[in-house]
Design a protein around this ligand. Structure first.
Ligand SMILES: [Zn+2]
Length: 649
């Protein structure tokens, strides 16, 4: 089956996706985004700055002459591309793509130094300065991505070249860093290596990697602060965020992670760090670390997250700011941060199967993550706003980061390959197994195969989700088998119907999952019907930006108004809360989807007499209009223009 591969633990579900909604997106990634990003890595995109990424490896290997190009973390682009390719190969073999990926892997490995070190920036520019500026220079971050790529590539192909190189480099890092007095007591400026070391431990069974991950997580933010010591010792430049409001909270190093009360700082760094913390809490049975994860989860999802799953309220530091500060038009909402939230949510589910984690995972996935990519897979958003006035992006310095068109590539190209690797590994997010219980976290058509203690169980799912709330499963077993199928009951579904072999059942609902326990027989069927209905949502009154406004939500999808459908000046529009929305397939949108139309209103322009900018408040002068809303992830796929999620009520 699909993700059966060497090294994959036998107990992980084997999953094959055959889903109308996701197949369309994943096919775009296969056909367009992967080849497109390969060109980017090879400096072959006509309309984008050369990346220099693979050339850097050839220069570091002595195969070419030249200077290092791009950021200190440019190497990670190649690793993330390879990881995406590996995930794609697991579900769909492609010898030509694999041959191309083999070459990329060979190019990377050619740059490895005899002692295992592998980083083109330092190898080319300053081989004597390795590990002297962990805070700013991403060496350990790049190793993290190398490991993730290597593990995925090994699982997809059984080829060890990259894995052996990653192990060799990880072993070097393990000799250099750690709690022992003779070692350096540093840790990554940008978390990523921590979660990657957990993957390396799971792939190799080598406990040292798990211990090193734990060391990095717990050394972070302890006094004396390593980053300051390192700055003094090596004459590194002053920390960019030292004197601003973030300080070392920018990189979650202002205090030890177990004591951090709130999610602070750079949102992507935070997500990668918290993901590793959740892994370590689970694998080490560490209750204190688990409490820290739960506290940070509440901080993010109850006070600092947008309705689309976007996180990072400010472009300053691409960071969290303070509770309920959720501006819609100056938000950062980096695609990578929403992807990181999905990573973290999945790990929280493995730690503790509570539907609240899956609800957020799904919300981020279907909205902020998907909006990062154009339907053709060839342009991308880095920033994902909930409100856009194109003129503001070009004329207001404070909103320059908010674009109304996706871009072909970025100098800092973190988001596009991150999207690819997440979409191509979606198999890992749908199910999990705990003892004799199979959890269904996401509703995605296809198959899952689970090895339970009592035997093998297969589930076949068919659905038109998220356009239809009916999800059907057929059960396949070799012999009758006792098991619990725990189907997620999303918080957004006020009611549900569940039938087993055609008969309505009302199972226990435990922490967001319908627990269907029985002796399963081959051919049994389950049909879950969720209540997918367009519904206006309000934000907490503590959110100043959204008070007096509402957003239209239907199941996992947030909807938005675009200028292409509703004309300009979207701020004049409002919902009528009593109106009944219509939800139906649209015939003129660039992909299969359902639109929402609903009666609303628009403030009329003032007549010229009586003051044109200000005048005494009178009765509102409004006209009735039919509002048309489209799924948020689809915005900016037609004529560029205004967009808004929150409208007045
Ligand atoms: Zn990014």
């Amino acid at each position: 089956m699909a993700n059966k591969a060497p090294g994959k633990a036998d107990e992980s579900p084997r999953v094959r996706i055959r889903d109308p909604f996701w197949d369309a997106r994943r096919e775009t990634v296969r056909r367009n985004a992967i080849p497109y990003q390969w060109k980017a890595l090879n400096d072959a995109l006509p309309n984008a700055e050369p990346s220099g990424c693979l050339r850097n490896f050839r220069i570091a290997a002595g195969m070419e002459q030249g200077e290092h190009r791009g950021f200190v973390f440019q190497d990670s682009d190649a690793a993330k591309w390879l990881e995406g390719v590996a995930c794609s190969l697991m579900s769909q073999p492609d010898p030509e793509l694999e041959a191309r990926a083999d070459k990329v892997a060979e190019t990377i490995v050619a740059a490895q130094q005899p002692d295992g070190y592998l980083n083109t920036y330092y190898t080319i520019n300053a081989p004597d300065k390795r590990f002297t500026n962990l805070r700013d220079n991403h060496e350990l971050y790049c190793l993290g991505h190398l490991i993730e790529a290597a593990v995925a590539y090994y699982r997809a192909t059984g080829k060890r070249l990259l894995l052996d190189a990653a192990v060799k480099y990880a072993d070097l890092v393990d000799r250099v860093f750690g709690p022992e007095p003779e070692k350096k007591h540093g840790y990554p400026g940008h978390p990523e290596l921590e979660l990657a070391l957990v993957k390396l431990y799971e792939a190799t069974g080598e406990k040292r990697y798990l211990r090193l991950a734990g060391y990095f997580v717990d050394a972070r933010g302890t006094a004396p602060l390593y980053f300051e010591e390192e700055e003094k010792q090596n004459g590194n430049g002053r920390f960019y965020f030292a004197d601003g409001p973030l300080g070392y909270a920018y990189c979650q190093a202002d205090r030890p992670v177990r004591e951090q009360p709130e999610a602070e700082g750079h949102a992507v760094r935070a997500m990668y760090l918290y993901s590793a913390m959740a892994d370590l809490a689970r694998l080490n049975g560490d209750g204190e670390l688990r409490s820290a994860c739960e506290r940070l989860w509440a901080s993010v999802t109850e006070r600092r997250m947008y309705i689309t799953g976007a996180i990072g309220s400010s472009p300053y530091g691409e960071a969290f700011t303070f509770d309920y500060d959720l501006p819609n038009d100056t938000v950062y909402g980096e695609t990578c941060a929403a992807i990181g939230l999905v990573f973290w949510a999945r790990r929280m589910l493995l730690l503790d199967a509570d539907g609240k984690y899956a609800d957020v995972m799904e919300r981020a996935l279907y909205n902020c993550v998907l909006s990062g990519m154009q339907l053709d897979g060839q342009s991308f958003f880095y920033v994902n706003p909930l409100e856009v006035l194109p003129e503001a992006g070009s004329r207001d310095h404070g909103k320059q980061h908010v674009l109304s068109r996706r871009q072909p590539w970025f100098g800092c190209a973190c988001c596009p390959p991150n999207l690819v690797r997440l979409l191509m590994s979606l198999e890992d997010y749908i199910y999990s197994v705990d003892g004799e219980r199979v959890y269904v976290h996401l509703f995605v058509a296809g198959e899952g195969e689970f090895r339970l203690r009592s035997g093998k169980l297969r589930l076949r799912c068919s659905t038109d989700y998220p356009w239809d709330g009916r999800i059907r499963y057929s059960v396949h077993t070799e012999a009758p088998l006792p098991a619990v199928l725990a189907l997620r009951l999303p918080a957004w579904s006020p009611s549900y119907r569940l039938r087993v072999n055609g008969e309505t059942v009302e199972p226990v609902v435990e922490r967001g999952y319908l627990q269907v326990e029985r002796q399963w027989r081959d051919g049994d069927s389950l049909e879950l019907e969720l209540e997918l209905r367009p519904t206006l949502y309000a934000a907490s009154p503590s959110v100043p930006e959204d008070i007096g406004k509402a957003a239209m939500v239907c199941g996992p999808l947030v909807y938005c108004a675009e200028e292409a459908d509703n004309g300009p000046r979207l701020h004049r529009l409002g919902f009528d809360p009593a109106a009944v929305p219509e939800w139906r397939y649209a015939s003129d949108l660039p992909c299969t989807c359902k639109e929402i139309t609903v009666s609303g209103w628009r403030d009329r322009e003032w007549p010229p007499e009586g003051g044109s900018l200000y005048r005494p408040l009178g009765q509102p002068d409004r006209e009735g209009v039919r509002l048309r809303l489209i799924p948020y992830f689809l915005w900016a796929n037609r004529t560029p223009g205004e967009m808004r999620v929150w409208l007045r009520v």
